[in-house]
Design a protein around this ligand. Structure first.
Ligand code: GRF
Length: 195
């Protein structure tokens, strides 16, 4: 929260999605709680059919469909939108594209991502499948800063669950996703107080 003309104003964040948007939902719900310090001001999706867009619309949040990773022109347009809306933090939530390096530079230390594994283990896709194949005893999820290397930025928060022999990709996905919904809003607040 920031004081502007004697009034407390919420910090604006943007959420980038590509699909279902269940993390977007948990972030929006957290932002709507009494005393929340932040507000989801913009949602950007690179996919027209991303389900998460429906929720953004329902909640009256500005939303744009643009695959800005395709051209620098589009990327600069999105950066302008972020600036115009005084976006303090960009949260990638199931955003399945690599953010270009010029974009990361502009928002240095202000882009974070959630990943369904205990990073630095299992970067990239199919994390749960690989966790099972390697007979891991634990897995979990991580919120980290975004840098130009995939799933490699500094870790902000990480939480783990233990695995049972009978666990499947589906059962792990369900448990980890529940944990993601819990830790992402916590990570956002943790980062916002440092900005
Ligand atoms: C989550 O598991 C997230 O960790 C990964 O993609 C999934 C997105 O789910 N990066 P949702 O769109 O937030 O429901």
């Amino acid at each position: 929260m920031k004081k502007l003309n004697g009034k407390l104003t919420k910090l604006n964040i943007a959420v980038f999605i590509s699909g279902r948007g269940s993390n977007l939902r948990s972030i929006i719900l957290d932002s709507l709680k009494k005393n929340s310090v932040y507000k989801v001001k913009i949602v950007i999706s690179n996919k027209k059919k991303a389900k998460g867009l429906l929720l953004a619309k329902k909640k009256g949040i500005k939303n744009y469909i643009v695959d800005f990773t395709k051209s620098k022109k589009l990327g600069l347009e999105v950066l302008r939108k972020l600036n115009k809306n005084k976006i303090k933090l960009v949260c990638l939530a199931g955003f399945m594209k690599i953010v270009p390096s010029y974009f990361i530079k502009q928002y240095k230390g202000k882009i974070i991502n959630i990943h369904p594994s205990l990073l630095p283990k299992y970067k990239g896709l199919d994390t749960h499948k690989r966790v099972i194949l390697n007979k891991e005893k634990f897995t979990g999820c991580t919120v980290h800063y975004v840098n130009k290397l995939l799933d490699s930025g500094k870790i902000i928060i990480q939480e783990r669950i233990s695995l049972k022999k009978k666990d499947t990709v589906q059962s792990i996905k369900k448990k980890v996703l529940k944990l993601e919904h819990k830790i992402y809003p916590i990570a956002i607040k943790k980062v916002l107080i440092t900005l």
